[in-house]
Design a protein around this ligand. Sequence first.
Ligand code: 5GP
Ligand code: ZN
Length: 112
Amino acid sequence: MDDCLFCRIAAGEIPSAMVLQTENVVAFRDIAPEAPTHVLVVSRAHHVDVSALAAASPTLLAEMIDVAQRVADSECGGQFRLIFNVGPKAGQSVPHVHAHVLGGAPMGRVLP
Ligand code: 5GP
Ligand code: ZN
C-alpha cells in the first residue's frame, strides 16, 4: 500500500521514534502522546483493522500482543491499556491496524 501512512512508517520511508521491531511487527511512539508511554504497535503487512487481521492471521495478531507486552515490560512495569479503534466512528483515523499501548500513569475506567 504505497499511500498508507503506517505501511510507509513500517518500511522506514517515513521517520518515527521506533522502540521495537520484529520480523512482522514494528512499535513506535505516537506523535501526539496521551500517556507517559504511548506506543503504536503495527503489523508490517497491511490490514485495515484488528477484525480484518484476526480473520486473516490470528498468529500475527498474537505477535502484536506479544510486542505490546514487551514494550510495556521495558517502559511501564508490564501494565498497560491496549486499544484498537475499529472504524472512524470509533476514532480510527489511520486505516492500517494498530494497537495503542498506553501506560505509565494510573488510568480510570473508560466506561461508566
Ligand atoms: P487512531 O486514531 O487511528 O486510533 O490512531 C492513530 C494514531 O496515529 C493517533 O494517535 C495519531 O496521533 C498517530 N499518528 C498519526 N500520524 C502519525 C505519524 O505520522 N507518526 C506517528 N508516530 N504517529 C502518528
Ligand atoms: Zn498500510
